[in-house]
Design a binder for this molecule. Structure first.
Ligand code: ATP
Ligand code: MG
Length: 268
């Protein structure tokens, strides 16, 4: 079966299973997830801690490999690529934003933004970079170093860096996790702007319903499975959905705990 996505899908995983460890310590971080991330849209991935959000993002982005199932970016199946081609695909077609801004302290803002392109020997599109610098509002900071910037400004540099190579899709893992709510809102506004004005695709992992509400759609994970999708999310609706998932997760843990206590009772 050809599971490569149609052009309107920026990234997709099909029957994604990711198992860490083995034997007693085996963890099924992804337990058969099929999900597509539409091109030109902003999708948020939510779910309780440990539900597999980061694992899904890493596997969809080609940073990690699936135990079984397939992942594709644009029309390209990642499984079919050797290491070199995978590295090139990540460099040319994917951007990343992480919770820790991951800027190089010795480089200026301008140098940090074009670093991935410079490392790859790719010429930056000057007009695009120029527009990006204005979009992220860093024109008067271009020659500063990261230590001279606020957290919010540093993350805006990281966002500009992620979009510098005009990637098909930008993956962001808790991009506002280290920011106060105002800086966080600015970064989320930028991501949403990039999607709406420049038709990029953003996939963002977050545990914050307010952050998720900036997305066009939210996909919910629980226990390594896709359990729901929500279009045009609001923070309230996302919060309600998350509460239901958390309650279910707690119920399951409470049952497990009861089992353990019963076990101890028998032994003692
Ligand atoms: N390298 C690893 N080795 C072993 N287990 C791992 C590894 N990475 C993740 N896991 C496990 O896989 C499961 C899913 O982890 P993942 O990081 O994807 O969760 P998450 O939804 O991103 O959680 P959080 O909201 O806390 O970041 C968890 O049970 C985690 O402990
Ligand atoms: Mg995570």
């Amino acid at each position: 079966m050809n599971t490569a996505p149609a052009p309107h899908v920026a990234a997709r995983v099909v029957d994604a299973v990711k198992v860490y460890g083995g034997g007693d310590t085996e963890v099924r971080a992804l337990d058969g997830v099929t999900v597509d991330f539409p091109a030109g849209r902003f999708t948020a991935i939510m779910g309780p801690s440990g539900s597999g959000k980061s694992t899904l993002m890493h596997c969809a982005a080609g940073l990690d490999t699936l135990t079984s199932g397939t992942a594709a970016i644009g029309g390209t199946e990642l499984n079919s690529l050797d290491d070199r081609r995978l590295t090139l695909l990540r460099r040319d077609r994917v951007g990343f934003v992480f919770q820790a801004f991951n800027l190089l302290p010795t480089l200026t803002v301008a140098e940090n933004i074009t670093l991935p392109l410079d490392l790859g020997g790719v010429r930056a599109d000057a007009e695009w970079i120029d527009a990006l610098v204005d979009t992220v509002g860093l024109r008067d900071r271009l020659h500063h170093r990261p230590a001279e910037l606020s957290g919010g400004q540093q993350q805006r540099v990281a966002v500009a860096r992620a979009f510098a190579g005009r990637p098909d899709v930008v993956f962001a893992d808790e991009p506002t996790g280290n920011l106060d709510s105002r800086s966080g809102a600015e970064v989320l506004g930028l991501l949403a702007h990039a999607v709406r004005q420049t038709h990029r695709t953003v996939v963002m992992v977050t545990h914050d319903p307010v952050a998720a509400a900036h997305a066009d759609e939210v996909v919910f994970l629980a226990d390594g499975r896709l359990v729901d999708r929500m279009r045009e999310p609001t923070a309230d609706r996302v919060l309600d959905r998350m509460k239901a998932l958390d309650t279910k997760a707690l119920d399951t843990k409470a049952l497990d705990g009861a089992g353990e206590r019963r076990g101890q009772g028998v032994l003692s």
